[in-house]
Design a binder for this molecule. Structure first.
Ligand code: GLA
Length: 744
């Protein structure tokens, strides 16, 4: 140990090193923990020399400091590791709490530190982890702070994953005193940059249009992304990239932040009066308060921080590796995902056993692996207005038992998967009639309804236990190998019938902890179950969910062209293995666009691949194509799921095409896909440069166009990367071409 965490007791600095980055904090003469560096790898000197300590009007001095007569030292301007309300720092802060007398504020100073091997478990919360074999490579620094005026203790955790240039942080506050305090806000982490100017990239969206990578210039103000919806949301994603001006996919310093949390969140970024930049990230404080009594602690969710000196692409690839290898807990993280057929867009609620078997028959003929029975198989559920909560198969509708249906599908040679929405209830359900107090609702007020449903109060243990037994019962009906866990509305009416008035502010976070408890039960008891997360598509696509569910339904929008944009934005943080993507019918059900089947397939290949349509509506040639394409997937899935991903042409910036590339980890093969968004009459053919190949090797190029295949000769890796290739022209709107380069 001791390789990546360097404690210099003379300087009182803690320097954390990854392969390409360093992070430093320092205990100063007043015992405050200053933040002195985060960026490129440095030698480990004391970087506080970069900080100017200069008194300025209206920036005050902490009580103990001013008593010494020091009028220059002000926490209003100094870069700090964990800025708090109450220290004379008027910028956004990472900690705010209220004392029994109504006063607010803390002033934490250094007390102690320790270094531990590996990454500690975070009870009840998802977190990055280390296996027993790489415990040596990962170390955790815990810096312990104490409040100058009370018995509160604050621990700051930093786990270092050197090979991914990743530092994972969290904070934990413990009340060692007798006075009760109410936490109003506690962030997972804060970052102060004194000499940087950044462009910010965030990922706004909406239902059917999630995670659009969007660049923002930071003015002298506060830029905030947040979700108050109780989930990470379609509208924002708990992730933010900060890049030096002009940085791009391959050049420039980039920092990537992402919370390992699935509830509401807040990531704020402030440029202060000197142009210094502070970022604070953590759970949503607008719906939050938490009582801490003597001996009680509060542990925040984790914040992942990644750094790349060479552009966004490398940062994303590092995050992908880290998530695949050290975040996803499921045994599926590195396995080939089954090619699935989902019946949702094929039938919606209108199906019976015969229809499902008809789809299954066709799926088997075309070499699919798994059939997923989506919404509508349980309770009174012929429309989306009733039945949620009653997880009993509707045998009248199915035309037999669920058990028999599963057996029949299995006998055809397909695995069986099923849809559930465990967090929800319809008022028209036996569950609601028996337990109306299990739904979130404010007494005496009509509840807000969304999709005609209410949210079950997952902060309650009895509700969690009900969900566990309902899911257990379903999973034990037969050989079910896949579960789609859906969640189709945002939280509102934040009132729990089981919490006292003063604890209602704990509800949103307790809700998330409840969801995690049920998901943990599934991980523990069904180690081979493949769980797909979903929230009306990608309304809860975050690192917290990925800990439990190795893949997430990316969007309810299945249009191939829209998906190129959604998947592009999603890929900034999340690995392709987690991005569920399906081929669906044309005209597309969301935007009515007609795209060729090859474009739908090549786009869906960039994720956990499947189909979601009535396969019997495919023409003969589309069926032929599908069969061939599943072979193609079976041959190349590893390059996509585990390989390196390169965003080649930004779908927002280029009007005509978008392109991406997957490179196998050993660089033996690469897949380059180009989608024509628009056809340019008489324009130049697109010239695209490959990335990530072995420059000293030769590659044989094969072009795939529709279901045809063409040999394009042999090129050197160097030429493909430096000179590029002229891409085969698209012949119709939304056409696509795909090249495979294989080392010879
Ligand atoms: C959500 C999901 C869809 C489908 C429906 C079923 O919208 O995102 O994929 O499962 O629910 O009601």
């Amino acid at each position: 140990m001791g390789q990546n965490i360097i404690v210099n007791k003379e300087q009182m600095t803690f320097t954390l090193n990854t392969n390409n980055s360093s992070y430093q904090m320092k205990v100063d003469k007043y015992k405050r923990l200053l933040h002195t560096w985060y960026g490129g790898k440095i030698s480990g000197a004391d970087y506080s020399y970069l900080i100017e300590v200069l008194g300025r009007g209206f920036s005050g001095n902490p009580g103990d400091v001013s008593k010494e007569g020091d009028r220059d030292y002000t926490l209003d301007l100094l870069p700090q590791e964990f800025p708090q309300h109450g220290t004379g720092d008027y910028r956004i802060n990472a900690l705010d709490l209220v004392w029994e007398n109504g006063a607010r504020g803390t002033d934490f100073v250094y007390k102690d530190h320790k270094i531990i091997g590996g990454q500690p478990e975070l009870q009840g919360l998802p977190h990055f982890w280390t296996s027993a074999d790489n415990k040596e490579a990962v170390e955790t620094l815990v810096v312990v702070l104490e409040d100058l005026y009370s018995d509160l203790e604050l621990e700051l955790y930093y786990s270092i994953f050197p090979e991914y240039d990743l530092i994972v942080r969290s904070s934990k506050i413990t009340n060692l005193g007798n006075e009760e305090v109410v936490l109003k806000n506690i962030a997972s982490g804060a970052l102060d940059f004194i000499n940087k100017d950044f462009e910010l990239i965030n990922f706004p969206g909406r239902h059917l249009k999630e995670r659009n990578a969007s660049k923002v210039e930071l003015g002298e103000n506060i830029f905030q992304i947040r979700s108050t919806r109780g989930t990470s949301s379609h509208q924002q994603n708990p992730s933010l990239f900060l890049q030096e001006q002009g940085a791009c996919e391959d050049k420039g310093e980039v920092y990537g932040l992402s919370l390992v949390y699935s509830g509401g969140f807040n990531i704020s970024c402030e440029k202060d009066q000197l142009g210094q930049i502070r970022v604070v990230a953590g759970l949503d404080d607008s719906n939050f308060s938490w009582i801490l009594k003597n001996g009680e602690s509060f542990q925040t969710p984790e914040l992942a921080m990644c750094y790349s000196p060479e552009g966004r692409g490398e940062l994303s690839r590092n995050l992908h590796r880290a998530v695949n290898n050290n975040l996803i807990r499921s045994s599926w993280s590195d396995k080939r995902r089954p090619v699935l057929i989902n019946n949702w867009e094929a039938t919606y609620f209108d199906f019976d056993k015969d229809k499902i078997i008809e789809i299954a028959n066709k799926a088997k003929e075309l070499n699919f692996d798994l059939l997923v029975l989506d919404d509508g198989w349980f309770g009174k559920r012929d429309l989306d207005i009733s039945g949620l909560g009653d997880w009993i198969p509707n045998e009248t509708k199915i035309g037999g038992t669920l058990e028999d249906l599963i057996k029949d599908v299995n006998e055809l040679g397909l695995d069986f998967g099923i849809w559930m929405e465990p967090e929800m209830v319809n008022e028209d359900s036996d569950l609601y009639r028996a337990h109306p107090d299990w739904a979130l609702a404010i007494p005496g007020r009509e509840p807000n309804r969304s999709r005609v449903q209410l949210v079950l109060d997952f902060s309650r243990k009895d509700v969690q236990d009900f969900a566990i037994s309902a899911i257990d019962n379903v999973l034990q009906t037969g050989n079910i190998t896949y579960l789609k866990w859906d969640m189709n509305r945002s939280l509102f009416d934040l009132y729990s019938h089981s919490l006292p008035a003063e604890k209602q502010g704990e509800l949103s976070h307790r809700y998330v902890l409840g969801v995690y408890r049920v998901l943990q039960h599934l991980l523990d008891n069904y180690p081979d179950l493949l769980i797909e997360g979903c929230s009306g598509g990608g309304g809860r696509f975050d690192l917290g969910m990925l800990y439990y569910t190795p893949q997430i339904w990316t969007s309810d929008n299945t249009d191939a062209l829209d998906r190129t944009r959604i998947q592009h934005g999603t890929s900034f943080v999340y690995p392709l293995s987690s991005i569920s993507a399906h081929v669906s019918a044309v005209p597309n059900h969301q935007n009515h666009r007609v795209t060729p089947i090859s474009t739908r397939a090549f786009t869906a290949l960039q994720g956990a691949f499947g189909y979601e349509m009535d396969l019997s509506t495919l023409s003969e040639s589309e069926q032929e194509f599908t069969k061939k394409f599943i072979d193609f997937y079976n041959k190349h899935w590893e390059t996509v799921q585990k390989g390196d991903y390169y965003r080649l042409v930004d779908p927002y910036e280029n009007t005509y095409v978008t392109a991406w590339e997957n490179v196998a980890t050993d660089k033996a093969e690469a897949i380059l896909t180009v989608v024509y968004k628009d056809l340019a009459a008489a324009g130049l053919a697109e010239c695209i440069k490959w990335k990530g190949l072995c420059k000293d090797s030769d590659y044989k190029l094969t072009l795939y166009k529709g279901s045809e295949e063409f040999d394009c000769g042999v090129y050197s890796g160097l030429d493909l990367m430096v000179a590029g290739i002229l891409v085969e022209r698209g012949r119709q709107n939304y056409d696509s071409v795909c090249y495979i380069a294989e080392k010879v």
